[in-house]
Ligand binder design. Structure first.
Ligand code: NAP
Ligand code: MG
Length: 402
């Protein structure tokens, strides 16, 4: 068979620990035999980040901006223990944080739905994609403990010296205060990324805030979304038969629980933090959750939502067998390859991505899976495969379909 050709390289961001092992297996068994794989390779493994003073992370993000599509392996975010373990010069920042800041993007997380791994919410038939705003609010909050009676005010001093004040509360006794902010520019980027991704994946977009209570803060989110929708996306949504649906956050939560799925749910930072954990655990497994960072100008970085699976890596190093789930990492590659195919009009490449996804799902649905899924599946007597065996089983399915 002739290998599928590519024209523009994918930006490949390699990573750490067990996912780095899976990364190589996926390339060797599922990609390189079938595709004339063109990538621009960046090694984001912690050791190389340390050697380059983390410049490699910045370079990789800039490459993603240049080429438009990247695929990333999970990476270690160093903490004190990692600084020691890897003898780091510094406690380097989270690569995902660095990449997100450079691409100015929003992260969309979606579960991979397969028969046999049923969501806890029985009416959820299709994936729910969660988009979390990743800037500000309580995450950039400033807090104070009020020791006793006194007056608290919000004070804004403009560059020209003009002062605007708002009374927070006349305290009669001890209490607490929190100041938080957001930026219109960030909310615009968030809105554009959401509408763009909705069009891209042909899904409705839902958004909810507490604008009835927060008449300026949350209302600004609502207004900016509405403005971006009307001015930039309404026509395109109509053509595509899609809807933008705004409702109060509590109403959104109630409706999500009763819905079938198949839409994107945009959330403010805190709501997204809480709801993404609810949605992902209800769908079954972190190992079946994909993640894509989408910038407001339409650049994409695909990855798995889980981490580097450290515990499995140490088993692997000790020469023991591991049964680590590679599905979300496979889907990071297929997401990126499909997008590259679309942008470069390479139908064979997009078709290959579809076939690899179908082969992966079919492998699980036929009862062959890794241990994490075997523990939760409704399929009787599943065959538990180790990390490599699972990838080889997917290859066998894939070869049948090519
Ligand atoms: P993790 O790697 O997601 O793993 C936590 C546990 O979840 C694992 O020990 C395993 O449970 C289960 N698990 C996760 N993914 C799995 C998979 N593909 N197959 C089978 N089981 C899976 O989270 P962590 O251990 O908290 O973090 C490890 C490192 O990852 C940290 O250094 C963290 O900084 C990094 N991290 C990176 C990203 C990213 O790059 N996007 C995201 C999160 C964390 P059992 O041990 O019970 O089998
Ligand atoms: Mg959380």
């Amino acid at each position: 068979m002739e290998k599928i050709k590519m024209t523009t390289p994918l930006v490949e961001m390699d990573g750490d620990e067990m996912t780095r092992i899976l990364w190589q297996m996926i390339k060797d068994e599922l990609l390189l035999p079938f595709i004339d794989l063109k990538t621009e390779y960046y090694d984001l493994g912690l050791q190389h980040r340390n050697e380059t003073d983390d410049q490699v992370t910045v370079d990789s993000a800039n490459a993603a901006k240049k080429y438009g599509v990247a695929v990333k392996c999970a990476t270690i975010t160093p903490n004190a223990a990692r600084v020691k373990e890897y003898n780091l010069k510094e406690m380097w920042k989270s690569p995902n944080g660095t990449i997100r800041a450079i691409m100015d993007g929003t992260v969309f997380r979606a579960p991979i739905v397969v028969k046999g791994i049923e969501p806890c919410v029985k009416n959820w038939k299709k994936p729910i994609t969660l988009a979390r705003h990743a800037y500000g609010d309580v995450y950039k909050g400033v807090e104070m403990k009020v020791p006793g009676a006194g007056k608290a005010e919000l004070v804004f001093t403009a560059e020209d010296g003009t002062v605007t004040k708002e009374l927070i509360h006349e305290f009669q006794g001890p209490g607490i205060i929190q100041g938080m902010h957001n930026l219109n520019a960030s909310i615009y980027s968030f809105a554009r990324s959401c509408f763009k991704y909705a069009l891209d994946t042909k899904q409705d977009l839902w958004f909810g805030t507490k604008d009835t209570i927060s008449k300026k803060y949350d209302h600004t989110f609502k207004d900016i979304f509405q403005e971006v929708y009307e001015e930039e996306f309404q026509e395109k949504f109509k053509e595509a038969g899609l809807t933008y649906f705004y409702t109060l956050i509590d109403d959104a939560v109630a409706r999500v629980m009763k819905a079938e799925g198949g839409f994107i749910w945009a959330c403010k930072n805190y709501d997204g933090d809480v709801m993404s954990d609810m949605v992902s655990s209800a769908f079954g497994s972190l190992a079946m959750m994909t993640s894509v960072l989408v910038s407001p100008d339409g650049k994409y970085e695909y990855e798995a939502a889980h981490g580097t699976v450290q515990r499995h890596y140490y088993k692997h190093l000790a020469g023991e067998k591991t049964s680590t789930n590679s599905v979300a990492t496979i889907f990071a590659w297929t997401g990126a390859l499909r997008k590259r195919g679309e942008l470069d009009s390479l139908k064979d490449l997009s078709d290959f991505a579809d076939k690899l996804e179908a082969a992966t799902i079919h492998t699980i649905e036929s009862g062959k899976m890794t241990k994490d899924l075997a523990l939760i599946t409704s399929i009787e007597n599943p065959t538990v495969l180790d990390s490599r065996e699972f990838i080889l089983a997917v290859r066998e399915e894939l070869e049948k379909s090519l």
